[in-house]
Design a protein around this ligand. Sequence first.
Ligand code: FE2
Length: 435
Amino acid sequence: MPVTNFTTPEKYQYLNGFQSYHETEAIPDTLPIGANSPQKPNHGLYAEKLSGTAFTAPRSENLQTWVYRILPSAAHLPFEKYSGYEAPTTVHQIPQQLRWDPFDLDEKADWVHGLKQLGGVGSPTTKTGLAIFIFAAGVSMPAQQAFSSADGDFLVVVQHGVLDIQTELGNLLVRPNEIAVIPRGIKYRVDLPAGPVRGYILELFSGHFKLPELGPIGSNGLANARDFQAPVAAFDDKEYAPGSWIVFTKYDGHLFSATQGHTPFDVVGWHGLYYPYKYDLGRFNTMGTTSFDHPDPSIYTVLANPSADFVIFPPRWLVGEDTFRPPWYHRNTMSEFMGLVMGEYDAKSGGGFRAAGASLHNVMSAHGPDADTHTKASNADLVPTKVGEGSMAFMFESPLMIGVTDWGLETCRKVQPEYNADSWVPLKRHFRRPE
Ligand SMILES: [Fe+2]
């Protein structure tokens, strides 16, 4: 079921619609009429363009936003390499099936310092590939700090706690069972109003998410466009001392910082198609078989991109007849990184895949139900059954071969060495030659 939509009118108001053209102003008459870049914008503001695609991208893909702000983003001192953040130096491309115990909470780190890269492939320098992070933070970011990634779009899956995200374009409150997407370059800061947070991030180095095509499904279903929520303009007009703000930028995996004497959260109005948004996974309208056969997991795609799709396994009814209801054994050209927000994932009953843990089945690495699940599903009474009640598993499914960082393999100390031995080695022969 959807997360109850707690809102406080003055801080969290949302504009509904996926990649719809939005316009919002915190003070009347901020947005110019007709012109985007008038000689003198209203209220003494500066006009600034934020582009998320090439100017010449096809109209259906073109994402650009105009912001009207108190001071331009360029008004900062030079960037310096920031030494307080460790970027991985390499990733290991290995065929080994991997499963991780729940990742630790961290009471001390803030958002910026609580980002741990678990895996990745490609490079932000050529805008190819992706990165996967685990985040765990216990304190809000300092009041006068902001962060952005020039490397790619962050898709944030909250597993624990609440993120109060102040972005240049407004505020987003993101709770477990919700996701947020913060596009490349958008500055934000993260407060933790309900204590420690933990979750998963998929960073896309290339392009942006779209809603999947619905084809024969028709005009509604899966994630409906109207359920995506963008923030309304909100700004801070306080004056700050020179150099009192620190703005971090993730750039080719490394962090750089620059100081400035004004807040980046000074956008009084904006209009366009390039903005952060959130989505409540409980609003996903699940589709599935009503006759036989386990559908491919693409039927559960929330957001799509050529480098990775975001797929969920929400509570749903299984009614298929003469059907092995979990996924049969498979080897895919796609790599599958899975996480669990809450509850139990219905295709694994052995208890090894737990909330806040993860698994990675890389390109062509064989996997499927563990031996227990196989036995149960092969003998199940195929009556209508609700699975995944109180659960939300998800997958970042990518055609790319995902490398794993040293943090993911060793430093985090969560890899389960007995994954193969526990899951599939116990499978027994059932073959009988016909007489
Ligand atoms: Fe799979």
